[in-house]
Design a protein around this ligand. Structure first.
Ligand code: SF4
Ligand code: SF4
Length: 377
């Protein structure tokens, strides 16, 4: 939100922000260290944030290190974005109960949840959420569970000041500066955060904090930090993250590289589980043994499972080559036909969390022929 006034929130007053959000009725969630990674967890005290922690990511690798900086947001990302908060990995969709006359009664199932305020949302994750909105909030096909969580979500976004070795949001067109809607936007500097409001309720929270206006040198430090995050990125998506790449992929469906990547790929599905835009799911029935009732569940699925392409008695994608090709040609190809946007926001998670370090930017470069062009240069 250009033109909005910027304020300075010193690090030692972050607790005031959490208190104001809790007072406004939100359940706060924020990044924390758990099991060697960064995860979004309930946050009641600012001391729970990952102070002085940075992530090192490379293909197939993710590790946290301590830095001398006393910052709370100096890492790039954890394994999950907003997806598990809005589109739960597993949830009950409806229940059916049989009464004493044998009549079945179907009831939709909703779990009542407190509105969430989430702290430290990255630009690429906001772009990914906007893509998931196209799936779950589509006209005439609205998912009511997603819609309720999404409407009440209070977003405290943060501009990145560091990029991991696997980030490529610049070439994907999704970061590191936040351009999607937010309630409050922060940029971290050495002793605090430059903040501004992006909504009425964001204004109200900032007003309650009674902050001083950010000084020119604080705004300059914030802008330099974001520029640094962009300049650090070494990976890029080949061609453009657009229709041109889609066309190249679909004209190379028999490229030998699909076979080569299939030799390495374990078909484990990690890439689809950590991807903030993947939305495929399966639905299952869990009947009670006595036949009195049954629950209908929805849970994340993956184009790497055999069941996901089971159609009319046959598994259509019966080998890893077809499954990997389906994933990549959908993600950065036919996603355009469905949603007029790429399914890749350049967060790099699928590269870090792939157990064998398969890097989609390298695969795309090989299949599009860009890798050959680079070698000739
Ligand atoms: S495909 Fe990989 S880099 Fe792109 S959004 Fe999904 S996880 Fe991130
Ligand atoms: S590309 Fe990597 S993460 Fe994805 S299914 Fe294959 S081995 Fe698993």
């Amino acid at each position: 939100m250009d033109g909005e006034a910027s304020y300075f929130l010193p690090h030692y007053r972050l607790q005031n922000l959490l208190d104001a959000l809790q007072h406004a009725g939100f359940n706060c969630i924020g990044p924390q260290v758990r099991d060697g990674g960064i995860v979004y967890e309930p946050l009641t005290h600012a001391s729970q944030l990952p102070w002085g922690i940075r992530d090192h990511q490379s293909p197939g690798q993710y590790r946290l290190i301590k830095t001398d900086e006393k910052k709370a947001f100096s890492f790039a990302n954890g394994a999950q974005a907003l997806k598990p908060i809005l589109f739960k990995p597993r949830e009950t969709v409806w229940r059916v109960v049989r009464d004493e006359n044998g009549k079945l009664e179907f009831k939709p199932h909703y779990s009542k949840e407190q509105p969430i305020a989430i702290l430290g949302v990255r630009s690429c994750d906001l772009v990914a959420m906007a893509i998931q909105d196209k799936v779950f909030l589509r006209e005439n096909h609205v998912d009511p569970r997603y819609e309720e969580r999404r409407k009440s979500l209070f977003i405290i976004a943060i501009n990145c000041s560091y990029a991991s070795g696997n980030c490529f949001c610049v070439s994907a067109g999704s970061g590191p500066e936040v351009n999607n809607p937010f309630d409050i936007l922060m940029t971290e500097i050495h002793d605090g955060l430059v903040v501004k409001a992006g909504s009425k309720r964001g204004h109200e929270i900032i007003a309650a904090l009674k902050l001083e206006m950010a000084r020119v040198e604080q705004n300059d430090e914030a802008a330099n930090n974001v520029a640094q995050a962009a300049a650090m990125q070494t990976k890029r998506i080949p061609l453009e993250n657009g229709y041109g790449l889609r066309d190249v992929l679909f004209s190379n469906l028999d490229h030998p590289r699909w076979e080569q990547v299939a030799d390495r790929c374990l078909s484990c599905g990690n890439c689809t589980q950590v991807c903030p835009t993947c939305f495929c799911h399966s639905e299952t029935e869990e009947p009670a043994l006595d036949g009195s009732c049954s629950e209908h569940h929805r849970e994340w699925d993956s184009c790497f499972t055999s069941g996901h392409s089971y159609l009319n008695g046959k598994v259509i994608r019966d080998d890893t080559r077809k499954r990997y090709r389906q994933w990549l040609t959908h993600k950065v190809g036919s996603w355009f036909d469905q949603f007029d946007v790429s399914g890749c926001v350049g967060c790099g998670r699928c590269i870090s969390w792939c157990p064998v370090g398969i890097d989609l930017t390298e695969e795309l470069a090989a299949i599009s022929g860009e890798a050959n062009e680079r070698e000739k240069m």
